[in-house]
Each structure stands twice: as C-alpha cells, then as structure tokens.
Design a protein around this ligand. Structure first.
Ligand SMILES: C[S@@+](CC[C@H](N)C(=O)[O-])C[C@H]1O[C@@H](n2cnc3c(N)ncnc32)[C@H](O)[C@@H]1O
Length: 298
C-alpha cells in the first residue's frame, strides 16, 4: 500500500530549501516529499495540506520524528485563507504533487479503479457530498458528454453519455464499464480509461482548484521563493505551463513609448523535467509525471 514518491530529488532541488524558510506541501499524501523538506529545515516551518483522512493518518505516523510542521486537513484551493488564518502571508515555496496516492488508487472501495466492481465514489475528500454516482445519475446528456470530452478527451463522449442516461440508475463501476466496453469496443487500451479520468477530475474539480491555488500561491511567494508542480496528465500540465508563462512575461502594448520591464518571476524549467530511466523502471506510476518550477526573482 506504500506510495512511492515521484521526482523526489528533482522536487527538492527546485524548491531550493532554505533552513529558515516557510514551505507548503499542498499534497502531503504519503509524506515522501514532506520528509525531505523537513530534513532540510532548521528554524523554518512546513505547512502540509491534504483533503484525504486516510492520507493524513498515514502521514502523521511517518512524520512522528519531526516537529517543525503542521498538517492542515483542507483542499489546497483554500491555501491562502488557511495560512492567513494562522498568521502566515508569505511563503518560500509550494510543492504540488498532483493526483492520487497509490493507497487511494489501490483501495478499491474508493471507486477510482475500473478494474474492480465497486461503488462509484472517486472523492478525495470523504466529507464532500458529490460523488461519481451523483454526477452519473443527475447530470444531463450534454453535461456528461462535456465532462468526458473536455476532461477525458473521449471522442465517443456523446454516445457514452446517452447510454448512461438510458441505463440509469448507475450503481457500480461495472455499470459504467459495460457501457464503455460496448461503445469503445475497438479500443487498444481499457475502454473506460478516459471516462474514469474525466469523472475523477469532475468529482474533485481538479483543474479549477489547480488554477486557484497557483494564483494565490504566486502572490504569497517571497523573493527567491519557488512554485514546484508535478503533474500527471496533459490537462494539468497545460494549466501550469500557461500560468508560468503568463506570470513570467510582461506584455507591454507595442505602440506605447515605454521600455519593457522584466517580470519579477522566472521559469526555472524551460522544458518540463521528467523522471530518470531508473525511476521509470522502478515505479510505473512515474511514467506520466512532469515537473515545472517558477521562481520569484530577488
Ligand atoms: C500524489 S499524492 C502526494 C504524494 C506525496 N508527495 C508523497 O510523496 O508521498 C497526492 C495527494 O494529494 C492529495 N490531494 C490531491 N488534490 C488535493 C487538493 N486539491 N487538496 C488537498 N489535497 C489534495 C491527495 O489526497 C493525495 O493524498
């Protein structure tokens, strides 16, 4: 059930931990990155967010020999609010290692897998009301098709959505897989892969929370502070790439007689950083990982 930390050394390198700095791990998970940050802190402090009760319980156990940290059970979209409440308005670095921990994926009761017949859940935060079942049984054909098309890049989005609505109520993961097996019967990979990705993004509002946290975190960055983000699919990576580009570019209208000024933010990774061959071989879940980093200039 252990979660193997992805791009561990690379993430720590780009965070450039200062021993007295204030750091935020937005995705505590199995605490793999948090432990490495804490090892480098002397007078500094780490705030670690996760919205999953199981991840927090597991991480607490792994962090029991450290003391310069506080765990915050919250969606990282509330990072600014939660930190401000604790009197923190500036940070030296934020790490986001997006997606799920292995123990969430492997726990079939959480409903993230299309390989087992289980309930349609997919919530990272077990206190949240909306589940995959809610979405599948209450959204219109158009709304469902949009989710599958936009978040899953599923070309048969409309056909799948239509069949779902005709076959309601959808109760288990296999109710959904039966439909994708028919519609995507000529697929090479698993017929439900893209639909499950799309539903997971929708249930957890994953793209919007990413946009929100990036905006807030960059405002809170101290000089030489870093934003380091590890993504696992192209939709997330696109958001990070565009955000970093926007923030590090100053657009001065061409017809105005003013000297262009430099942005005080710079991209540290012109190209994304990928796991090494050795990591790919050791951990198949690292295969789709990409890391990007942004720095506030001094
Ligand atoms: C890939 S794991 C992190 C693993 C961790 N870096 C490690 O090395 O052990 C992602 C974790 O972030 C949490 N998570 C994902 N999105 C979140 C969000 N919007 N707010 C809070 N936690 C989130 C998940 O519950 C999961 O535990």
């Amino acid at each position: 059930m252990k979660h193997e930390t992805v791009l561990k050394d690379e993430a720590i390198h780009y965070l450039n931990i200062k021993p007295n700095g204030i750091y935020v791990d937005g995705t505590l998970g199995g605490a793999g990155h948090s432990i490495e940050i804490l090892k480098k802190l002397k007078q500094g402090f780490l705030y670690a967010f996760d919205q999953d009760d199981f991840a927090i319980a597991y991480a607490k156990e792994r962090l029991k020999d450290f003391n310069r940290y506080q765990i915050i059970k919250s969606n990282f979209r509330y990072l600014k609010h939660e930190l401000n409440r604790l009197g923190v308005d500036k940070i030296d670095g934020l790490l986001l290692d997006l997606g799920l921990s292995s123990f969430q994926i492997d726990d079939e009761a959480r409903g993230f897998t299309y390989l087992k017949d289980t309930k349609l859940d997919m919530r990272m935060d077990q206190q949240q009301n909306v589940t995959a079942e809610t979405i599948l049984n209450t959204y219109s054909v158009d709304e469902l098709a949009k989710i599958f098309f936009v978040y899953g890049e599923e070309k048969n989005a409309y056909k799948i959505a239509n069949r779902i609505v005709l076959n309601r109520p959808m109760k288990t993961t296999m109710d959904l897989v039966k439909i994708t097996d028919i519609v995507n019967r000529n697929e090479k990979g698993h017929s439900a892969k893209r639909v499950f990705q799309a539903l997971r993004i929708a249930v957890n509002d994953e793209l919007r929370v990413l946009e929100e946290v990036l905006k807030d975190a960059v405002e809170m960055l101290n000089p030489d502070g870093r934003l380091v983000v590890i993504t696992f699919h192209s939709l997330e990576d696109r958001i990070v790439k565009h955000f970093f580009k926007e923030e590090s570019t100053v657009n001065v209208p061409k017809n105005l007689p003013i000297m262009p000024i430099d942005s005080d933010l710079e991209i540290l990774t012109r190209k994304p950083i990928y796991p090494s061959e050795e990591e790919y071989e050791r951990n198949s879940r690292s295969k789709s990982a990409k890391l990007r980093a942004l720095r506030r200039k001094v």
